[in-house]
Design a protein around this ligand. Structure first.
Ligand code: NAD
Ligand code: 6OD
Length: 496
């Protein structure tokens, strides 16, 4: 008997994934293919929303704001978010297999990070919205009676949520949960590569009885498709976007005409700085994770590793030895690393592997494509790769690659490490590895990024500010920052 494959477990196998507008699932117009990156097989087709359907979704969202949803208290919305989390938990295996079928990511990751974090996002914002206080300022007046100013938080209105394919459910719910907690209505456009968990979430929204139009889902591509129609729609009030910096720039242009609020979480070229006094094993393990997690497809991944010279050779060679031991394979094979998202993305990453050689880099491990002798050879697998010896101005050191590759280089002084880490147009995150407490604080603070970790990587508290500087983004999400973005504060001044 053959072992079940990811396609066998996929809840939408062989179906046409619908859009979701006004609580109705719609299959109409053009479709595109959903391809499994483990073996290159088509697993479903997806309804592509045209401009007309995007308009219907925006109008459904606008109508929802005027209906029962618009009159709900924050307590009632909080209860609704908790029901969403509970239902996701009940349908956990479906969410896990849907995410795996779209991305090929490991069962371990999907079931311990992606889907649990999706649930946690709803629970966290159910709590955070309830705990939010209003400002209140008493003021004096000439007649001596005074006045009271207090603020109320209103929803911004219709929010477009556009997300990428790398952590599809986690990143979508990271925006949907606070947007709904604040009383907005949303139109979500997931990546064309990963339509499935968003479709399951639409079903959950229907099951828990969210009023029609509160959550809408349009599938499709970016330019000349659903994405562009959504971000240029005049009745969309705000855009929360995660994706490439160049896409952020294109969206900004589309959004300019109707002056929409924007929150952008964009690309990175993140550095890890390892000092000689660091706990060697901890720094090595943390760097392995930060370079190769999710096949290097996490915006927070380190693509530049700087190591203090006394431990540079030992660190880089041990890192390469460990990388060679990583088991590459399908999601249900207890592998350490799955495939990239698609063959097209693999072509891009491989072009950087070639470029690294052309630019004079020494490949310590990897640099190619693994072969399996079975259907996985039609997938998008790639080898984990470590390069050293590139000039700091090499394109491989400057440009975001978004695959399982890092460049590793030595440094001699703390100031030099800081300068090298900051010598980039991006500024999302950094990791600093040292056992010197004073240096840890000093160096972390000097990193020109939105998030710095000391002696860890991707350790997340959902209340903390998340976002980047320079090309890595605009604004912050997380905790009170998300609540602030997704609502309009209004001051009411009462003369006493
Ligand atoms: P992408 O920018 O190509 O696509 C992201 C989303 O935008 C997709 O849904 C896509 O269809 C849509 N889109 C593309 N062009 C559009 C347009 N003109 N108008 C409207 N929508 C459009 O990004 P990707 O390849 O899906 O994801 C990888 C990128 O995302 C990397 O650069 C990575 O660093 C970044 N990322 C950043 C963060 C963060 O938190 N800073 C998190 C995850 C990923
Ligand atoms: O964990 C998060 O909240 C978050 N926004 C992660 C982003 C990862 C980027 O790929």
């Amino acid at each position: 008997m053959r072992m079940p494959t990811e396609a066998d477990r996929y809840p939408f196998a062989g179906q046409q994934l619908p859009c979701f507008v006004g609580n109705e699932f719609l299959r109409q117009g053009r479709t595109f293919e959903n391809i499994n990156p483990v073996n290159g097989r088509m697993i479903a087709t997806v309804t592509e929303a045209d401009r007309g359907l995007v308009d219907r979704a925006v109008q459904a969202a606008r109508a929802a704001l005027k209906g029962p949803w618009g009159r709900m208290s924050v307590q009632e919305r909080s209860v609704a978010l908790r029901k969403v989390a509970e239902r996701i938990e009940q349908r956990f295996p479906e969410f896990v297999s849907a995410e795996i079928a779209d991305t090929g990511k490991t069962l371990q990751q999907a079931s311990t990070l992606d889907i649990p974090r999706g649930m946690a996002n709803f629970r966290a914002y159910a709590d955070l919205a309830l705990a939010r206080a209003s400002e209140c300022f008493e003021m004096g007046t000439a007649d001596g009676r005074g006045a009271l100013n207090y603020s109320v938080h209103k929803p911004i209105g219709v929010v477009a949520i556009i997300v990428p394919w790398n952590l599809p459910f986690l990143l979508m719910t990271w925006k949907v949960a606070p947007a709904l907690a604040c009383g907005n209505a949303v139109v979500v456009k997931p990546s064309e590569e990963t339509p499935s968990t968003a479709t399951l979430l639409a079903d959950v929204m229907r099951e828990v009885g969210l009023p029609p139009g509160v959550f809408n889902l349009v599938h499709g591509f970016g330019p000349r498709s659903a994405g562009e129609a959504l971000v240029s729609h005049p009745d969309v009030n705000a855009i929360a976007f995660t994706g490439e910096s160049a896409t952020g720039s294109a969206i900004m242009k589309s959004a300019a005409e109707s002056v929409k609020s924007l929150s952008f979480e964009l690309g990175g070229k993140n550095a890890s700085v390892v000092f000689a006094d660091a706990d060697f094993e901890a720094a090595l393990g943390g760097t392995m994770r930060s370079v190769f997690a999710n096949c290097g497809q996490v915006c927070l991944c380190s693509e530049r590793v700087y190591v203090e010279r006394p431990i540079f050779d030992r660190f880089s060679m041990t890192l390469a030895e460990r990388a060679k031991l990583l088991k590459i394979g399908g999601p249900y094979e207890s592998a350490d690393m799955g495939p990239l998202i698609s063959r097209a993305h693999r072509e891009k990453v491989l072009s950087y592997y070639r470029l690294a050689r052309e630019e004079g880099g020494e490949i310590l491990c990897g640099g190619g494509v693994p072969t399996f002798g079975d259907e996985r050879d039609q997938g998008a697998f790639i080898e984990p790769t470590i390069v050293r010896g590139l000039a700091e101005d090499a394109r491989c050191v400057k440009e975001e690659i978004f695959g399982p590759i890092c460049h590793i280089a030595p440094f001699d002084f703390e100031e030099e490490a800081v300068r090298l880490a900051n010598d980039t147009r991006y500024g999302l995150c950094a990791a600093v590895w040292t056992s010197n407490l004073q240096r840890a604080h000093r160096v972390a603070r000097q990193m020109e990024v939105g998030i710095a970790w000391v002696n860890d990587w991707y350790l997340r508290d959902l209340r903390t500010p998340f976002g980047g500087v320079k090309l890595s983004g605009i604004g912050r999400e997380g905790g009170a920052h998300s609540l602030a973005f997704f609502s309009e504060p209004m001051n009411i001044c009462v003369k006493l």
